[in-house]
Design a protein around this ligand. Structure first.
Ligand SMILES: [Zn+2]
Length: 239
């Protein structure tokens, strides 16, 4: 972030003594360009600590008096508009993240509490809740997410899949990491299979086992699927 240097801040305050005469030899900066600033002329006074001041015109049309030292060192590159633009740019990025993470918060809340939400059965329907603080205050959730490195494209993951949405049980993962986690492997004979593969083995649609686990819990789902595996003469899922 571009910040005003200490000396500029001093310059901004009333530290200039108009009665002080110029002393010593000063390098002429007239006509030179520093960032967006072009030096027009030297001011007829110095700062209290005898530093030369220069009147500059900014690309945006604004004017600013700057200490020569700050021009040469690259501390001051605009009338202040650069700083304002950078500030605005960062504010917009933050707003985008906030909009996005707010919609994430809405999604979680719906999954947990809105009974006609299409994912409710897998969340609220299984007793998964949001902690009181996150449920009642989206900003608490947003602050947690941003502090933990949330960016657009990342997902909020519950570490314990049967646990709630709360700071202790949540982490931020990439979509790829989350997808791998969402496809647990089960030991079937010698093979390690995903729920999709097991569902296909018993002639069901690929989300069959996943939905069954969501609805009945792991233990009962595996019992049911094992019956079907057995009927087909296949290995059963090791529990
Ligand atoms: Zn400017």
């Amino acid at each position: 972030m571009i910040l005003k240097s200490e000396s500029d801040k001093r310059m901004d305050s009333k530290s200039i003594d108009p009665n002080r005469k110029m002393v010593g030899h000063v390098r002429d900066l007239t006509g030179q360009t520093f960032g967006r600033l072009t030096v027009i002329k030297r001011m007829p006074y110095n700062t209290k600590d005898r530093k030369a001041m220069w009147l500059c015109k900014c690309e945006c049309g604004g004017y600013r008096e700057v200490m020569g030292r700050n021009l040469l060192a690259g501390h001051t590159k605009s009338c202040g508009c650069l700083y304002d633009e950078e500030w605005e740019r960062r504010r917009k990025i933050n707003e985008q993240y906030k909009d996005n993470i707010y919609s994430v918060w809405c999604g979680i809340k719906k999954r947990c509490y809105t009974t006609n939400n299409r994912n409710y059965l897998r969340y609220g329907g299984r007793g998964i809740k949001m902690c009181e603080e996150w449920r009642t205050n989206p900003n608490a959730f947003i602050d947690w997410a941003l502090a933990n490195g949330y960016k657009k494209g990342l997902t909020i993951d519950r570490i314990d899949n049967d646990g709630d949405y709360c700071p202790e049980n949540c982490q931020i993962l990439t979509k790829g990491e989350n997808a791998r986690k969402a496809r647990p492997h089960y030991q079937v004979g010698d093979a390690s299979l995903t729920t999709h593969e097991i569902s296909k083995a018993i002639g069901k649609r690929k989300t069959y086992m996943y939905d069954l686990v969501s609805r009945l819990g792991k233990k009962e789902a595996i019992e049911r699927i094992n019956i079907q595996l057995k009927e087909r003469g296949l290995h059963e899922i090791a529990i």
